[in-house]
Ligand binder design. Structure first.
Ligand code: GLA
Length: 395
């Protein structure tokens, strides 16, 4: 007999893209919802743009049966998960699911601790393509976290099915140092994202877009094909809806400009792009953000390089991301609460010598031979340029 274990290293070569149920629907997940989301991802053009994974987050579990196999909540998922996975696959999409490295998940339903191999086999038999593995109710130290995550990572690998493994311990034990070794393809770097631009403190109840961006600085060296820093979900388009993202109404949502900036910065950071909004009812402006081909191409660039912050001064953040074919993406973000002018020189500020051709993403304006960038941005807006050297001497 030949034992053949397929390599998990051929998944998540670019940051995973898709939809997750948590921030908007919380415990209201069901077979009906997931099928409708699958249909909407296809009809809206989202799946064609790369949004491939549909992840059912917490609250899908009913319990364990007499042979200790997980089963779904029979009211929410009356046809079982295999039938749902078949439906999702028939639409050309992939199905993700959620569990926890403890006896109970964050929502208090059955988790996978001590049943890792059995659950990984069940997931593989159902046709699951992605597992988000949470860390509520588990011990706090890094060694135990690594051990528990690796146990599930090994179990997933030995199923032989290609399953993206998403590690979710909220960046509390520096997962960027060990998550790949545990078999992870992405690891959360922060507490849950809330639907707000900036909160006055950073913790699990108050974590806005800017709070999260701050936490990504310096993590760029850990990201690359097959392993991504995960700054959590895109709140783009939630508009204050959803118990989880608005924390029972505490946050009222962001402006369209802020949603666009979150999306743009996430693409610069080579972040997983997991939307949360109700894709069955998207308005045109939000859809235009999420379907921006140039931004998605920056996120999905084959080099898999995460932008670093090259300027952080006077209310401005400038990010630089290396792209394939000797190109760079530069993003200028106005974090001030007022409109302001910026100006920076590529050579002195970014150590980029010579002259560059640039394409400005939102306006599609093309600039030739630039050395200095200037412009005006309203509060919380950003601009992105894709640069290519004018000739090889200028690189
Ligand atoms: C944690 C995670 C969230 C979500 C919930 C589900 O808070 O960080 O992303 O999965 O659990 O209960």
């Amino acid at each position: 007999m030949v034992l053949f274990v397929r390599s998990q290293s051929s998944v998540a070569l670019t940051p995973p893209m898709g939809w997750n149920s948590w921030n908007l629907f919380e415990e209201d997940v069901s077979d009906k919802l997931i099928r409708e989301i699958a249909d909407a991802l296809v009809s809206s053009g989202m799946s064609r743009a790369g949004y491939q994974y549909i992840v059912i987050d917490d609250f899908w579990v009913g319990g364990r049966n007499a042979s200790n196999e997980l089963f779904p909540d029979p009211i929410r998922f009356p046809h079982g998960i295999k039938a749902l996975a078949d439906y999702v696959h028939s639409k050309g999409l992939k199905l993700g699911i959620y569990s926890d490295a403890a006896a109970l998940t964050c929502g208090g339903v059955t988790g996978s601790y001590n049943f890792e191999e059995r659950d990984a086999t069940t997931f593989a038999n159902w046709g699951i393509d992605y597992l988000k593995y949470d860390y509520c109710n588990a011990p706090g130290d890094m060694v135990t976290a690594f051990t528990r995550y690796k146990k599930m990572g090994d179990a997933l690998r030995s199923t032989g099915r290609l399953i993206v493994y998403s590690i979710c311990e909220w960046g509390q034990r520096q997962p960027w140092l060990w998550a790949r070794a545990a078999g992870g393809h992405l690891w959360r770097t922060t507490w849950d994202m809330r639907d707000t631009w900036l909160s006055d403190r950073y913790d699990n109840g108050h974590n806005g877009i800017m709070n999260t961006i701050e936490k990504q600085k310096g993590l760029e060296k850990y990201a690359g094909p097959g392993g991504w820093n995960d700054p959590d979900l895109l709140v783009t388009g939630l508009s204050g809806k959803g118990k989880s993202s608005s924390l029972n109404g505490r946050f009222t949502g962001c402006s369209l400009t802020e949603y666009r900036s979150q999306f743009a910065v996430w693409c610069m950071l080579a972040s997983p792009l997991m939307v949360n909004l109700d894709v069955r009812r998207m308005d045109t402006a939000v859809k235009a953000i999420l379907l921006n081909k140039e931004l998605i191409a920056i996120d999905q660039d084959v080099l898999g390089s995460q932008a670093s912050v090259v300027i952080d001064a006077n209310g401005w953040l400038v990010f630089k991301k290396e792209l394939s074919n000797d190109r760079y993406a530069i993003c200028v973000l106005n974090r001030q609460n007022v409109s302001a002018y910026f100006s920076f020189n590529l050579e002195s500020a970014l150590k980029m010598h010579g002259r560059w051709n640039a394409q400005e993403i939102f306006t599609n304006r093309r600039l030739r031979g630039v050395k200095t960038f200037t412009g005006e941005l309203t509060a919380h807006d950003c601009v992105i340029y894709v640069l290519s050297a004018m000739n090889s001497l200028t690189k």
